[in-house]
Design a protein around this ligand. Structure first.
Ligand code: FE2
Length: 172
């Protein structure tokens, strides 16, 4: 596992993020990216998921809890980028899941509330893999090189998160 100066593994790629810009407004792209923001498996869910786990694990597994909080901050950076993209693409970055199907607020039922540390780590690895696969497939499908570059860069962070959760599973 790579280590960084602020103790623990590096929780984000060292590569810079591309400029947050788009070729042109595009409602389909806006809808696609809005799901990364506040869909059931989006960044909003990831942030609360990791904060919840941090609170649950802080007493018995303080080292893991600290890593979870650091990863949650990376997911908030992703949330910020996706929100800006939805706006630039001409969409409305509301915190609503599936706005194309029905109006539904993002909600706390999207969180997995298991308190078992092994289940937490395997679930997180699975969710990060899902995020990585989603962003890479979106990067291939969108007809906008700026949006593709941003998706690929964010996917690199998720790849690091997969590795962290896999490594931690071997340590508990
Ligand atoms: Fe992640």
């Amino acid at each position: 596992m790579h280590t960084s100066l602020n103790s623990g593994p590096a929780v984000a790629s060292s590569a810079p993020y591309p400029a947050i810009t788009v070729d042109c407004q595009n409602p389909q792209h806006a809808l696609l990216i809005s799901q990364n923001l506040s869909g059931p498996q989006g960044e909003m869910t990831a942030i609360y998921q990791y904060m919840y786990q941090d609170w649950i694990l802080s007493a018995l597994h303080p080292d893991i809890a600290a890593i979870l909080k650091r990863i949650a901050k990376v997911e908030m950076h992703h949330l910020d980028i996706f929100g800006q993209l939805v706006s630039l693409l001409g969409g409305d970055p509301r915190c609503q899941a599936r706005p194309n199907v029905y109006r539904s607020a993002w909600n706390g039922n999207m969180i997995n509330y298991t308190k078992d540390v092994r289940k937490i780590l395997s679930y997180n690895a699975f969710m990060e893999q899902t995020a990585f696969d989603t962003y890479m497939s979106q990067a291939e499908s969108v007809q906008d090189e700026h949006v593709s570059a941003i998706l690929i860069r964010i996917a690199q962070d998720e790849k690091i998160h997969i590795q962290i959760y896999q490594d931690l599973q071997d340590m508990v």
